[in-house]
Design a protein around this ligand. Structure first.
Ligand code: HDE
Length: 718
């Protein structure tokens, strides 16, 4: 089945990976070898090995005696194994990566001289690593958390890294506080709990003590904290960088990546269950989509502000706890990234890839963003303890353009450099610097003037901590607000020290009274009576994720469960499978058993999974084909009825044909007002993870939005 799906989706091939021309993939071939060959095993120093099963020891036919330390082959294997682990990243330890490319379709030469952003004929290889922040390397994918979105562009002028997140702001303004926020969110030091959760005293204590964290925690508690897929979330550079054009002029810039499939999230209940049912859900989802040819794509855009306009905003444009509202500074989309090749081996690629905010190229520069300045120190530094000083020589990290420097020695040095010139200047005039010519040559920092006073401070503009938290909350749809409220209730309910949840409720009272009252009720804090800071009710576009539904509704790469049992109707079953494939989605047949299931006409199919093997949470949608006997069997199985009811509770598209409708009716009969769609046309109109059983409602993004609004009471009670 999996192969059929892959072929089918590939045949539809709306996208060409063009891997043979990817210079980075070609570069990695130098270090890639195939283990599935008949080549004999050798030791690490190359001799062939005669026995891979027994340690050298004294032995005769009756008994075995002492092991010999002499066995250099056994010792080499154990030594090698003993040192396989390297330190995991201090944050963003769990991740998944893939290769792809960046294509520019509109030149940005008015603002930058970087050819990767001006030359529309170029295709630049990229590697992206997505991650969670809090959890260890073995933690679950779907936990509530910020997601890392780190992109390495292998440009002809050197590597350029945008080390971003799926949320456009950050918790703190100054990088000196980073160890505190990370200590506070990670497991508490006495008992080392909880794992991969922000729902604990230390985190909420920290965010209360740092009013600047309010905006970010509102984002993290929104549905952005539980993405449906890495492929369905935005990416943001977060920090303010600069772009420099050929005339030497500077603009400030923020980078954006917006997914072609739209921004979609799990409901909290799904995310919670999936963390146990399939802790690798996001990792597999990325792999599955690329493997099936459904290559994830994002539009790449920039927001720019001219130097002379930097002071015209209420906030400081260097403050990473603030967005630049899109109504004030529109996003200019100029290119596209696509991921089209999975990694060959996780460790040398996804684990050893090392990103640095300090990796910029001529035409891009930093700003005085205090968070960025600290990050520029931290990333390089952390790679040294994780990977050793020669980490930039590792295959995944080395640039595709020539590298020449005076580096020598250090652990794990690979390069063998000929000649005597290991310093500059030298009598051979070897490896001179490149003059900066206005077009990208040698990197030169943009010259700026700075205040003369040396002080530990920020300016008064940085102390407005609440306006954008209010702006964000005001801009959400009702259903998003409800989800955010529920998330806060869950998190604060996990805090058992009253000072933590009571104080946090007072903070919420500065954002929205109704929100604060609801949370107070659920978490046991005194109910606030009045709003303590005025909320002027401003809204902005680009904050609600409903602003990022796909331009063309699509079910491409969505996973659809088809429930059958013996006696199913092969016509409706085959029809739905074909219709799903025609939409480039993935059908999965689920039955009470994994052995062949017989149709009423005598044909049969082997299901992909049995009911308990893959629960409804693993799918975006459920369909029940016709077949009297099949449906009767399913109706008699509690888990089958629950399958449909749970999908309904998670607002997934549910479809049924013929007798299949009975199962759907039985399963969701308690939810009055929802009609069950029947007939083949139901599928054609299925778009997105949040839709309804009414096909006409689901036919457009607007329909989806409306439906979600209609359904809010049901979800609220679920
Ligand atoms: Fe990071 N961050 N960070 N961070 N960060 C790391 O670097 C740090 C911040 C982000 O997939 C570390 O290689 C400081 C903002 C991502 O390999 C470390 C500060 C944003 C990744 C580090 C921040 C990020 C990291 C740990 C405050 C969004 C994973 C391992 C000044 C724009 C990259 C590593 C990957 C990783 C430091 C804040 C995103 C310790 C000091 C803001 C996506 O160097």
């Amino acid at each position: 089945m999996a192969q059929q799906i892959a072929e089918n989706v590939r045949a539809l091939g709306d996208s060409v990976g063009n891997m043979s021309t990817n210079k980075k993939i070609a570069d990695l071939q130098r270090d890639t070898k195939d283990s599935h060959t008949k080549q004999n095993t050798t030791t690490d120093y190359g001799i062939k090995v005669a026995d891979l099963d027994h340690w050298l020891k004294t032995a005769d036919d009756k008994s075995i005696g002492h092991h010999s330390l002499e066995d250099q082959i056994a010792r080499e294997r154990i030594h090698r194994f003993d040192h396989e682990r390297i330190p995991e990243r201090v944050v963003h330890a769990r991740g998944a990566g893939a290769h792809g490319h960046f294509k520019l379709y509109e030149s940005l030469e008015d603002v930058t001289m970087a050819p990767v952003l001006t030359d529309t004929s170029r295709t630049t290889p990229i590697f992206i690593r997505f991650s969670t922040v809090q959890g260890s390397r073995g933690s679950a994918d779907t936990v509530r958390d910020v997601r890392g979105f780190a992109v390495k562009f292998y440009t002809e002028e050197g590597n350029w890294d945008i080390v971003g997140n799926d949320i456009p702001v950050f918790f703190i303004q100054e990088s000196i506080k980073f160890p505190d926020i990370v200590h506070a969110v990670k497991p508490e030091p006495d008992r080392e709990v909880p794992q991969a959760q922000s729902a604990h005293n230390n985190f909420w204590d920290f965010v209360f003590m740092h009013k600047e964290a309010t905006h970010m925690f509102m984002w993290a508690m929104s549905d952005r904290g539980t993405p449906r897929s890495y492929r369905m979330m935005q990416g943001f550079g977060v920090n303010t960088y600069s772009l420099i054009n050929a005339k030497g002029e500077r603009v400030f810039v923020k980078f954006h990546f917006t997914p072609e499939l739209g921004v979609h999230s799990f409901m909290w209940d799904e995310a919670l269950k999936l963390a146990g049912q399939d802790p690798d859900f996001h990792r597999k989802d990325l792999y599955e989509a690329i493997d099936n040819g459904a290559y994830p794509k994002w539009k790449f855009g920039v927001q720019t502000i001219k130097e002379e306009e930097q002071d015209k905003f209420d906030f400081d444009i260097l403050d990473a706890t603030k967005v630049w509202p899109e109504d004030m500074v529109p996003v200019r989309y100029v290119g596209e990234i696509e991921l089209n090749q999975n990694v060959t081996e996780y460790f040398p690629e996804t684990e050893q890839v090392a990103f640095c905010t300090s990796h910029i190229i001529p035409g891009v520069d930093f700003s005085n963003d205090p968070l960025l300045q600290g990050r520029n120190f931290s990333y390089f530094d952390t790679q040294i303890s994780r990977l050793g000083i020669n980490w930039e020589e590792l295959p995944i990290n080395r640039p595709v353009c020539p590298v020449m420097n005076f580096n020598r020695d250090g652990q794990g040095r690979h390069t063998i450099t000929k000649g005597k010139a290991n310093y500059w200047p030298n009598r051979f005039e070897a490896n001179p610097p490149t003059k900066h010519t206005g077009t990208p040559g040698g990197f030169e920092s943009y010259p700026t003037t700075n205040p003369a006073m040396k002080k530990r401070m920020l300016t008064p503009k940085w102390t407005d901590y609440l306006s954008q938290a209010q702006l964000f909350y005001n801009s959400l749809t009702k259903i998003e607000k409800l989800h955010l409220t529920n998330a806060l209730c869950f998190e604060l309910d996990h805090c058992d020290e009253p000072i933590v949840y009571e104080r946090l409720v007072t903070r919420l009272t500065e954002i929205d009274l109704e929100l604060a009252q609801m949370v107070a009720l659920k978490v046991g804090a005194p109910t606030p009576q009045e709003q303590t800071t005025k909320n002027p009710g401003h809204k902005a576009k680009g904050l609600s994720q409903f602003d990022f539904l796909p331009e063309k509704p699509t079910i491409k790469s969505r996973r659809i469960a088809i429930l059958i049992a013996d006696g199913y109707d092969s016509v409706s079953y085959n029809g739905i499978v074909a219709a799903i494939k025609a939409q480039s989605a993935l059908p999965f047949t689920i039955a009470p058993k994994r052995q062949a299931v017989k149709a009423s006409d005598g044909s049969s199919v082997t299901p992909d999974h049995f009911l308990n093997g893959m629960r409804s949470t693993m799918f975006d949608s459920v369909f029940v084909p016709a077949g009297e006997e099949s449906v009767k069997t399913l109706m008699g199985i509690g888990l089958a009825r629950f399958y449909v009811r749970e999908s309904f509770g998670h607002l997934k598209a549910i479809g049924a044909v013929g007798d299949g409708v009975k199962l759907v009716e039985v399963a969701i009969k308690e939810a009055e007002g929802y009609k069950v769609a029947s007939g083949d046309e139901a599928l054609v109109n299925w778009y997105g993870v949040v839709t309804t059983t009414k096909p006409d409602n689901a036919a457009s993004p607007k329909g989806v939005v409306e439906m979600v609004k209609d359904a809010k009471d049901f979800i609220g009670n679920y």
